[in-house]
Design a binder for this molecule. Sequence first.
Ligand code: TPP
Ligand code: MG
Length: 325
Amino acid sequence: MTLKEKLNQQQVTEYYRMMLLIRRFEDRAAQAYMMGKVRGFLHLYSGEEAIAVGVMSVLKPQDYVVTHYRDHGHALARGIDPKAAMAELFGKATGTSKGKGGSMHLFDASINFMGGYAIVGGQFPLATGFALASAYKGTDQVTVCFFGDGALNEGEFHEAMNLASVWKLPVLFLLENNLYGMGTRVDRTYAGGHDVYKASEHYAMEAGVVDGMDVLAVRDSVTDAVDYIRQGNGPFLLEAKTYRFQGHSMADPGEYRDKEEEAEWLTKDPISNMRRQMLEEDLLSEKEIQALESEVDQVLDEAVRFADESPFPEPEALFENVYVE
Ligand SMILES: Cc1ncc(C[n+]2csc(CCOP(=O)(O)OP(=O)(O)O)c2C)c(N)n1
Ligand SMILES: [Mg+2]
């Protein structure tokens, strides 16, 4: 499939720029972590960018997004300002969650980005609840619930899949199957075999599988799934096959993965492949791509500077936003 057949120049530029922004945001976050500026856990999304960018390209502003703790890519692609995202990682008062959430809890209700969640599977009941609210109000909103293969064996996954199907709720369960939950390969923990999307059969739910390393393929599959949901047919499970290019978190040297497997997935890098394709198809020149890349670097310089210079929350902030007023 050529890019030209499917996208105009503006879309090509936009998707490439966003994938690159996510990749380089993660590089900066890793650097900051090594310098002790980011505390706690830090899970990078590098390698999986085509999924977040492909999904968000289809959603409307009124749709809800709920995700797991590997959430930087989803947040940026949904439109969170890199400055606010970086500040949140740094624990600063100017962060998306006022510095109280950190890397795993990016959040912005103004764009219906309803959060990253550190508890594996914690996002399922919330996503199903948002979808129930939309169904109850009769809006045409869709909720996208991102989750990893490690969440497949959590009770919430099965409870949410079941209830969403029984009540025909407008929710897209978007599995990012990167083959590992922490250091454990999916086939050692999940009894259902490799085609995980078939978990939907038991819940009489429509499902599909897509190459998560290809932004166009993701966009196409999500377009079909979201159309299906918006027409009132109920939920959909989409499995995106992908790979994280780094360890589970910054604390993980990643010694449980085969080097050949890693090398093979690196050849599927969604960013370098799109770059090559753009040049081959004469969509952007080398010079134009380089200009885009330095613009992204400037945005990230600015984000890091902003996060560095922002204040930490005041101690009194501990007591704010604990209860809904
Ligand atoms: C309920 C719960 N159990 C265990 C953990 C510890 N934990 C954090 S991430 C993770 C693995 C999740 O893997 P996956 O869902 O495949 O996401 P990925 O890291 O591959 O993106 C585990 C077990 C947790 N955060 N919550
Ligand atoms: Mg995983």
